[in-house]
Design a protein around this ligand. Structure first.
Ligand SMILES: [Zn+2]
Length: 182
């Protein structure tokens, strides 16, 4: 089966165009072959804490390294849904910030401090749902740049939860730091 990335319609494996919306399907087989296997359900430890990509619970501070920055997740737009952006955009989530890189040459890097993250949501169209992809929409308390998005990332619900949990842990850490300074 070749699911249409735009509308989610099931097409025959050898179909060249989607029977519902007419999208070309030439890239689908190639993208499916190159795709990582789905991560599936969220990984948690015995206490129910979410596990980040480095194998540790999201909120865990590194021993002996106060403020040491951990890489919790990294990703990029799906080649199937964003062929160009998949080459140019990179996303990184640490325990302190979300980093968005764009462009080939003269890369532009933008950073969101996690303690400013107000809300995180997932947006999926039917095609994205079939492939386990989606956009992450982030709202921050930064009035100059309140809205951000990560486009067509794999396992969007997990990424959303990682960002939420990391933001919660970071706000907690900063509160403790502020309290200790008083
Ligand atoms: Zn279609």
């Amino acid at each position: 089966m070749a699911f249409c990335p735009d509308c989610g319609t099931r097409n025959a494996d050898n179909a060249r165009f989607c029977t519902t919306c007419g999208r070309q399907l030439a890239d689908v087989a190639e993208a499916r072959a190159a795709m990582d296997p789905p991560v599936g359900t969220h990984r948690t430890d015995r206490d129910g804490r979410m596990i980040a990509d480095d194998g540790l619970p999201v909120g865990q501070d590194l021993d002996g390294e106060p403020g040491g920055e951990r890489l919790l997740w990294k990703g990029r737009p799906s080649k199937l849904f964003s062929p160009i952006r998949s080459l140019t955009n990179r996303y990184k989530l640490t325990n302190e910030r979300l980093v968005i890189e764009r462009g080939f040459v003269g890369r532009r890097t933008e950073e969101i401090d996690l303690y400013r993250v107000n809300d995180v949501a997932v947006k999926q169209n039917p095609g994205e749902r079939v492939y386990g992809m989606g956009d992450i929409l982030i709202e921050t308390t930064d009035t100059t740049a309140p809205d951000w998005s990560l486009l067509n990332v794999r396992d969007p619900d997990r990424v959303k939860d990682l960002i939420r949990e990391a933001a919660r842990a970071e706000r907690q850490r900063r509160r403790v730091l502020l309290r200790d300074e008083v």
